[in-house]
Design a protein around this ligand. Structure first.
Ligand code: CMP
Length: 140
């Protein structure tokens, strides 16, 4: 059964460009309810752990260095079929291939600075949500 929650991060480049409000507005206007939210900065080790699934890939080091380089905004989103619907709203990981109107088409600068993250499976949504938020920081 499809889960109703996903985890998103507004990445350092998008936070630095002042896009937090605009991105959260597009997310909530698309039917997602924010049930947890914070601004934080990952340590290098946090970012390594969060993206451990990409360990060994050529972009891994750039990814964890970038993701820990400045503040991010993290949220848990609730909606029916949340993971899949949010990935549709995100658009392709590579912004040059993302459809018009998607968050990455609108806000990404490049594949590695693609503005917004979304969980890629229900299992990862649960793992990533508990990575960032304690139980009492999650509301629904
Ligand atoms: P994200 O959804 O946060 O998940 C992993 C990230 O790795 C992805 O977004 C991209 O920013 C980055 N990524 C994935 N593939 C590549 C690649 N081929 N080159 C550089 N960065 C990548």
């Amino acid at each position: 059964m499809a889960s109703n929650r996903t985890l998103t991060m507004i990445k350092p480049n998008a936070v630095a460009r002042g896009l937090i409000g605009e991105i959260l507005e597009k997310i909530t206007n698309s039917g997602f309810k924010i049930i947890a939210l914070k601004m934080t900065q990952l340590t290098l080790n946090d970012a390594k752990k969060f993206y451990a699934v990409h360990e060994g890939k050529p972009f891994y080091e750039d990814l964890y260095v970038f993701m820990s380089s400045a503040p991010i905004v993290v949220a848990i989103l609730e909606k029916e079929n949340a993971v899949e619907d949010f990935r549709t709203l995100l658009g392709n990981t590579d912004p040059t291939k993302a459809k018009e109107g998607t968050l990455r088409k609108l806000f990404a600068e490049s594949l590695s600075r693609n503005a917004v993250h979304g969980s890629d499976s229900d299992e990862n949504a649960r793992i990533e949500s508990s990575f960032h938020f304690s139980r009492r920081e999650q509301f629904s």
